[in-house]
Every structure is written in C-alpha cells, then in structure tokens.
Design a protein around this ligand. Structure first.
Ligand SMILES: [Zn+2]
Length: 394
C-alpha cells in the first residue's frame, strides 16, 4: 500500500477539486480517497489529474519529415526500439494509455510483448495492421485485403495476435501516393462484414475517414470511433455537414479529430511541398480539421483526444498541443481534459480509466498549477505515476 498526499485532485467528470487529498494505492489500484489531513509531501499544494489517454498513435513511425520512407527502410529491431522509445516519450508527457492505430502486421506479437514488459510504459491498445484495399492507404503495414474473405481472415488474425481494435482505412490518405483522401476505398460490403465479425469477437472498430460518403458508411454500419473526420466532398474539398455530425452523436459514434498532426503536416507541406501528389486540396483539408472541432463541440458528439503521433512532424509528447487546439476551437479546459480522460475511457471501453477514484487504475499526473485555468499547464508534468509507480522523467 502506498499514499500520495496533499494534492488538489481534479475529477474530470465535473471539474470538482478534492483539496489536500490522500490517495491510497494498492497493487496499482486506487483503494480510497480522502481529504483535509494537512499531510505534507513532495507534491503538496500541486494539482493532479488522471493519467492521459492518447487515442491515436503510430508507435512504429518516427514523427519526422518522411515517415513512410524511414519506416520502410527500418529493420524489425529498429522498429521495436523505436516503439519503446516513443512509448517512453509519451509516458513522460503524462500519457498512461495509448491506442496504436496501425503498426506492421508481422511484428504485432513482438511489439505487444516488448511494450507490455515494462510496467512504466503506457498501456497499449493495439489495432495491429490497419485494413486497407490492395495498394490502399498505409498498405505498407501489411493489412491489404482483396475481398470479404480476405478481410475476415485479417480480423481473426488480429484478435489472435492480441489486438483489441480493428482499424479500417475507409478512405485514402495524405500519406499514401496512389490514394485520394476523398475516395472510399473499402466497400460497404467489406466494411459491414468485418464490423460484424469484430463485434462478435469483441474488437472495437476505429475508422480512418476523410470523406462525407465514408462517414455515412461509418455511422450507418456502426464503427466505434471515426479518426480525422475531415468531411470532404467528391472533389476533395472540405464540406462540413452538421446533420451528419448530429447523426453520429445520436448513434454513439465518437470522433478523434487529430488536429495537431494536421497542423504539423500542413506546416511541413507549406515548407517542403506535397507528400501525396494526388492529394491536391491537402492544405484546405488539413486546415479544416481544426475548424471542424468547433462544430463537433457545438453538436456535442463524443470526442477522443488523439495526436496521430508518429505521423509527419508529430512527436509523442504532443497531447498537450492537441488539447490546446480543442480549447482554441471553443472547448473549456475541462472539456478538453475530458477528451483524454473520461470521454476517451468511455468511447474506448475502459471503465477502469479516466478518473482517479476507488477501484480505478492509479495512473496519476501531477501538475504544478491548475490546468482548469490554462490548458497549457498540462505540458511538462512534475511527476507521472503508472499504476502507482513513479515514472522517471529525466
Ligand atoms: Zn493515424
């Protein structure tokens, strides 16, 4: 049994603060919470929030300027080392759980084993290799499928190799030449079949989607989360559709806006030219991701914070910047924190996460000052605890 004392503990459910708290931890689980004993400790008077959830990362990408090339040139050992280093960077930034949204098919077991062997790294939900059409978006991860039976084989293999999620590339993407973000690349027939199978065997379904047509399929067929949610028309131009967002909200589909990666990728393209020559409206598309969040917030659709860390120019300590983008789009700091705690836990089906409360996993981030007053304070935590154990930040 261990104790953390003297912290102002923030509950993201409602923004309430338990002053001068005593958090009792037993075997990585919060056993009890009390307040007002005046005990002093190294963190007395500071603020605590639950460990943060990053709902969209790519642990085997390096977040540099040419992530596709460096990935394809790396050895298997390099990729495992990179994933461990990236996970460590995220942990130091207060991220205690990540959902990987695409890594190499043949390394799935090895990566999970390596990442789970260090108790101070974030917990990892994996989607293995994202499902994509032949030559489709991110095909280099090895998840290409030609037809429904191929697709079902991949779903079963994912479950077998320890994945918790299925990632489907519903449209093309900015990273992959030969695809266009506005094109639906997995047929509704394949999507329907694989979503049913995923449901049956207990996998969540995350859909990469940049187009209005694809978003309609995602909502009607019942995915759990839609990633990016850039609503492009048939010409590849942003075309915000509020009625469709309302439909998503009413169906319980959550959105992962990945705004920071869009900002960083746009910055790169402005400086160095296009990444995917077919992606002719790339800058408009990327810029719209930020403004879309205001509409998501107005409608009240559930949001899961996700950085897309590993993508072009996007580091693994970017979650604070992602949350900052949400606040810039109109969320309060509390609402932004919810997207990486309570809301993320709810949409990613993690009932034991998202709050520091009796019975929950004791992942705790200590901040010098109150993040409810200024979301930027989430960057640079003073201390991070994983299941009650302190992560070394140096
Ligand atoms: Zn991604």
């Amino acid at each position: 049994m261990s104790k953390l004392v003297g912290l102002n503990l923030i509950d993201p459910i409602d923004g309430s603060v338990l002053p001068d708290s005593v958090i009792e931890i037993d075997h990585g689980i919060v056993r009890s919470l009390e307040s007002g004993f005046g005990e002093s400790g190294p963190f007395a008077g500071m603020f605590a929030i639950p460990g943060l959830i990053d709902g969209h990362v790519h642990l085997t990408l390096d977040g540099g300027s040419s992530v596709r090339t460096t990935f394809q040139e790396a050895s298997d050992d390099d990729l495992v080392r990179l994933a461990l280093g990236n996970a460590r960077t995220a942990a130091k930034a207060g991220v205690t759980l990540v959902r990987d949204c695409g890594w190499p098919r043949h390394l799935s077991r090895v990566l999970l084993e390596a990442l789970r062997s260090d108790p101070l790294l974030p917990d990892v939900l994996s989607s293995g290799a994202p499902m994509t059409r032949l030559g489709g978006h991110c095909h280099f991860f090895g998840g290409e499928v030609a037809d429904p039976s191929d697709a079902l084989r991949l779903v079963d293999e994912l479950a077998d190799s320890g994945s918790d999620w299925l990632k489907v590339m519903v449209t093309g993407g900015g990273l992959t030449p030969g695809t266009r973000p506005q094109d639906v690349e997995l047929s509704p027939e394949i999507l329907g079949v694989v979503i049913n199978r995923a449901r049956t065997i207990g996998l969540g379904v995350a859909a990469h989607c940049h187009s209005l047509e694809g978003l309609r399929y995602c909502i009607d067929l019942g995915v759990d989360t839609v990633e990016h949610v850039t609503m492009l028309d048939e010409y590849g131009k942003p075309a915000l559709d509020v009625a469709l967002i309302e439909r998503a909200a009413n169906s319980g589909v959550a959105f992962g806006p990945t705004v920071w990666a869009a900002y960083k990728t746009a910055e790169w393209i402005r400086k160095s030219g296009p990444i995917n020559p077919n992606d002719i409206h790339a800058l408009e598309r990327l810029d719209s991701r930020r403004s879309n969040v205001a509409a998501f917030h107005d409608v009240g659709v559930a949001m899961v914070a996700g950085t897309d860390a590993g993508a072009t120019g996007t580091a693994f300590d970017s979650l604070a910047f992602e949350l900052r983008c949400y606040v810039d789009a109109g969320l309060t700091p509390l609402e932004a924190i919810q997207t990486a705690t309570t809301s993320a836990a709810n949409s990613l089906r993690l009932p034991e996460r998202g709050r520091v409360a009796p019975g929950k996993v004791s992942d705790i981030v200590v901040l010098r000052d109150n993040p409810l007053e200024d979301i930027s304070r989430i960057a640079n935590p003073v201390a991070v605890f994983r299941r009650g154990q302190e992560v070394r930040l140096d």
